[in-house]
Design a protein around this ligand. Sequence first.
Ligand code: SF4
Length: 447
Amino acid sequence: MKILLTSFYDLGKQPKIIAEIADKYNNTEVHFDFVDFSVDNQNIDLDTYDVLGIYAPMHTATILSIEYIKDKKLPDKVFTFGLYGSVLEDFNPLIKYIKDIESEELTSFLKLNENQKFSLKDNIPNRQIFPDISNYAHLVDGSNNLVAGSVETTYGCKHSCTHCPVPISFNGSFKTYSLEKIVNDVQNQVNQGAKHISFNDPDFFNGPIHALKILEALNHKFPEITYDSTIKVEHIIKFKKYFKELASLNMAFVISAFETTNDKVLTILEKNHTSNDLNNSIETSKEFGIDIRPTWMPFSPWTELEDLSNIVELIEGYQLRETVDPIQLTIKLLIPKHSLIIKRPEIKKYLGDYEKESLSFQWQYENIHAEKLQFTLFDFILNNSELDEHKQYLGMVSIIEEFTRTKLITNTNYDFKKVPKLSETWFCCAEPSKIQLDRIKTNKALI
Ligand code: SF4
């Protein structure tokens, strides 16, 4: 049996789950090929395969996969997996969604025998099947451009934020990977040249003791390697005591989903944090010398113009210009099928039809000026992509000042520093923008 496994985009990482699937079966009865269309534009003859597997980890990857398969004759068996697999199955019911690759479901669909030694928790993924690690996201800080690898200490999430695709599949639960698996996986990536490792757990502090134990072991074995992770605001505050340890173990920066300063919206999103908590988490990061990189979703049906000026005031007050990617100030709520937000009573008034092409529900703004501001900000960034990020930010703030009739920039001598960040800074809950889609399609997503 010949199976082609495909990935279209996985936020600049090697799609590790593909290696897990290949490792799960005995290679005497099946031959796997793999193509990652985000770094490799191969022409594939699908006719030569018995089965096609499509990795759908996020909205954009799913859109790209639909575009790829739409005019092609597909093998008799097609399956999909990842957080957006159910959305892809809805789009084309001939595609079978495998919710959990650990379960028997995939095995019975493929009619194969499993490698009895395989366990997702312990299996060390064979990354040799992927394009070289240097093709994926790098760590950049202006002067350096370092190869970055990625691992996860856990998968799933114990929270249920209503705008997030993770709880749709994991229903407020998460599982852990073993220490041995992660240390060996990092070793393999270090051997390939990685100088930095991203923890891709949806939240690094879902299981803080487990995460710290792994980070300690990694730091002991690879003292030169730096790390980044994603930690929600609630956990930054709750587990502040661990930040000293994070700093001593080379955690270079922490990404945190701030979303908005609007407390009403934060309640609807069930983020379990308030606008005041944003200040606390920034102060924690500053106290321990770990950069915080807030991500934002300022635009939703309830957005008020002052939300944007409040966000800019927070950025200015704490001097965070370097750690906010300008595109973040344009991000809109994305409502895919099965989104938990559909169950919130507040959305009913604003929710429109499901649009099959965009794989999402349309929604309306309460305040038409907020819609206009989003459009204007986005138009600015679309037409000024050649500007450096500081100039983009200042241009966007000037638009916000105009819309809100406020003066937001008071520091005209801001010392814009070069801080470490990943070359790919796109987040899965966001509606993809035209800029991002074009970058992916032209293989310019990655530096
Ligand atoms: S937004 Fe983060 S914390 Fe909330 S459910 Fe998603 S992954 Fe978990």
